[in-house]
Design a protein around this ligand. Structure first.
Ligand code: SF4
Ligand code: SF4
Length: 350
């Protein structure tokens, strides 16, 4: 298929296999699918629990459902501000501390294990992948933008990131502290929930457009718009873990390049060193010559298999979260009763 002047010709020998593969949301033999699905279900369960918690807090009934603090993972701007405050004052944000832990995990994972937070963990990235696969399954054409469109579009996520960083850098310690203790920030998790449960017309249109684009363009949100992914990409670029290719054993079949979801010319370069590589290992999985493509960490003799990488990502997450729980850096200091007052106040002002 030739779309927007770009053809899928390089992918043609694989099309039948790819269509078959893409028709499934879940690859049983791929560890990455298991990890992505597990994290997605856990995120969904956390969201439902938080919605029930807020529902109880808004009623005159006892609160029996505990607030799931993992929901704060969706507050990356607050997390950035929290980290800035911690670096400048050595004081840990007690309002949404879990946001800082999850954000820290994303950066550590991206630095140590390629941009694996995006490729393996992020539920938004998973959803974006699934939407594209559904589109492919339904026979929709897939668009690959020509380079002159793709490059400027890719810079949009860096512009968003730069904008947020610029605002954060501008704020002094007093302003940062005031924000972290503001009514707005204290209720930001509830606002985020309302953003989805009580969508405005504009939100609905924007999300519908995103879904539409994601049906036709692979990883549309991640590739072009996500500032979180932009930061993870920069961090992973500086990290020690990258895909490397052994030119001696490579038979130049081009399968790795064809399958790469991020359109990286894997089969033509000795080392994949780009902020776009999400460490998904699709290229390694597709390579017919064992040991030619490897995900390796500088200084480590072993090569990463999907199993090892998946286990490492989950272990890293659990270690960081449980360390934060045990040391009192996870749970918000805002008591349930105060939440109840906040929610009542928000209800009056909506
Ligand atoms: S297919 Fe290979 S090069 Fe492409 S994003 Fe995945 S790991 Fe990186
Ligand atoms: S899939 Fe393997 S053998 Fe084929 S081009 Fe890529 S690295 Fe070489």
């Amino acid at each position: 298929m030739d779309v927007m002047g770009i053809s899928d010709k390089k992918n043609q020998p694989l099309n039948r296999g790819r269509i078959k593969t893409l028709s499934l949301l879940f690859h049983r033999h791929r560890v990455r699918s298991w990890v992505q699905t597990g994290v997605f279900i856990a995120t969904l369960a956390t969201g439902v629990q938080f919605a029930l918690y807020v529902h109880q807090a808004a009623q005159a009934v006892p609160i029996t459902i505990p607030k799931p603090h993992g929901v704060e993972g969706f507050l990356p701007i607050g997390a950035l501000l929290g980290w800035k405050y911690f670096i400048t004052t050595a004081q840990w944000d007690s309002i949404h501390p879990a946001a800082m832990v999850i954000f820290g995990f994303a950066l550590v994972a991206s630095f140590l294990l390629s941009k694996s937070f995006c490729g393996w963990f992020c539920p938004v990235g998973t959803l974006s992948e699934w939407i594209f696969r559904l589109g492919h399954h339904w026979g929709m054409p897939s668009f690959i933008f020509p380079r002159w469109v793709d490059l400027p579009l890719r810079s949009v996520k860096y512009i968003f990131l730069g904008f947020f960083l610029w605002i954060i850098v501008q704020m002094n310690t007093v302003e940062t502290n005031a924000f972290l203790n503001s009514f707005y920030y204290k209720t930001s998790d509830v606002r985020m929930l309302l953003f989805f449960t009580h969508m405005s017309g504009t939100t609905l249109i924007c999300l519908s457009l995103l879904v539409c684009f994601s049906l036709f363009v692979r990883n549309f949100w991640c590739r072009y718009l996500c500032p979180y992914g932009a930061l993870a990409g920069i961090v992973s670029y500086a990290g020690p873990t990258h895909i490397s290719r052994d030119n001696g054993s490579c038979i130049a079949c081009g399968k790795c390049t064809a399958i790469c979801p991020n359109h990286i010319l894997v089969g033509q370069i000795p080392k994949v060193r780009t902020p776009e590589c999400t460490g998904c290992m699709d290229c390694v999985d597709s390579c017919p010559v064992d040991g030619t493509l490897m995900l390796k960490t500088t200084g480590l003799k072993m090569r990463w298999t999907e199993k090892k990488l998946g286990l490492m990502i989950i272990a890293l997450y659990l270690i960081l979260v449980y360390t934060a729980i045990i040391t009192g850096h996870w749970k918000s200091s805002v008591p349930d009763q105060q939440y109840r007052m906040f929610i009542a106040h928000m209800g009056k002002n909506r």
